[in-house]
Ligand binder design. Structure first.
Ligand code: SAM
Length: 282
């Protein structure tokens, strides 16, 4: 009978957040597979655990998975840990889980810290429905395209972000999604833990001024549900103005307003132009 693959969550900052079950598992397995053995060794030393470690990461996950499969078949138990938090959440682990389940090994999660869940629960933004988007693309064009795709999802949007890209991503969120309520959770469970809350434009201002250090999670409220009825061209014009005021350029505002009113963009453009001409007495 194959051994068991344990997915062990470890702290995202404060070492006291490790669970009793995680410690017991890390002490008793035959092997601990970690992203960075030196990093995990510090954690293990802190808890006086001297178990065997081996590295696995994005680039060798496939071949390591085969080695781990052989060990599981031989009846060994293996624990997978990432540098911080829950393995498999924006960290490697998935391929190993897939292979282990293919050979009929038991896969057992040992629950614990995960950054995005803690960011959401402390954000003050509804947590009834959450879309976790992982990391947004690093390139501006791709990032904005991704955000456009997610704009109308009726759920709180959550993203991981590197500190040097936080302001750029918040700016793209503002310009693509509008000025929604949002929060940035930074350095959760660490000495300089911060929950910055406000509108997206408040957060852009705050982090442009304050600079950004440490790890961060962005939490954004869903789009307001609007029952918009096009009762006159003025309603459409007003909505375009409102969207521009929220940080959208004219083209984007027109496109979004058209969509909200269920009109083709060309028709929305025609309605606005003819209203303008009427006003000008042409
Ligand atoms: N596996 C981890 C988890 O369970 O959350 C996530 C690993 S991912 C490579 C790293 C990202 O997680 C960081 O860039 C940051 O967005 C987020 N993160 C991790 N620790 C954090 C912390 N203490 N405070 C805020 N964000 C954190």
């Amino acid at each position: 009978m194959p051994g068991t693959l344990y997915l062990v969550a470890t702290p995202i900052g404060n070492l006291q957040d490790i669970t009793l079950r995680a410690l017991e598992t890390l002490r008793t397995v035959d092997l601990i597979a970690c992203e960075d053995t030196r990093h995990t060794r510090n954690l293990l030393n802190h808890f006086r655990i001297s178990n065997k470690t081996v590295s696995y990461h994005e680039h060798n996950e496939q071949e390591r998975a085969e080695e781990f499969v052989d060990r599981l078949i031989a009846g060994e138990n293996i624990a997978i840990v990432s540098d911080a938090g829950t393995p498999g959440i924006c960290d490697p682990g998935f391929r190993i889980v897939q292979r282990a389940s293919e050979i009929g090994a038991a896969v057992v999660p040992i629950p614990g810290p995960v950054a995005f869940v803690n960011a959401v629960i402390a954000s003050g933004i509804p947590s009834d429905s959450i879309f976790f988007g992982g990391f947004l693309p690093a390139k501006k064009g791709e990032r904005r395209k991704k955000l456009e795709e997610l704009r109308d999802i009726p759920a709180t949007l959550v993203f991981y972000e590197a500190p040097h890209r936080l302001v750029k991503s918040l700016t793209d969120c503002l310009e693509t999604l509008g000025n929604r309520p949002a929060a940035v959770a930074r350095e959760i469970t660490k000495l300089h833990e911060e929950f910055a809350r406000g509108s997206l434009s408040d957060l852009v201002d705050h982090f442009s001024d304050a600079g950004v250090r440490g790890e961060a999670v962005i939490v954004i409220d869903r789009a307001e549900k609007q029952d918009i009825v096009l009762d006159s061209p003025a309603t459409l014009i007003e909505r375009v103005r409102q969207l521009e005021h929220e940080g959208n350029d004219h083209k984007t505002a027109l496109k979004r307003a058209a969509k909200e009113f269920g009109l083709p963009k060309s028709e929305a453009y025609r309605v606005i132009e003819s209203a303008k001409k009427q006003q000008e007495g042409k």
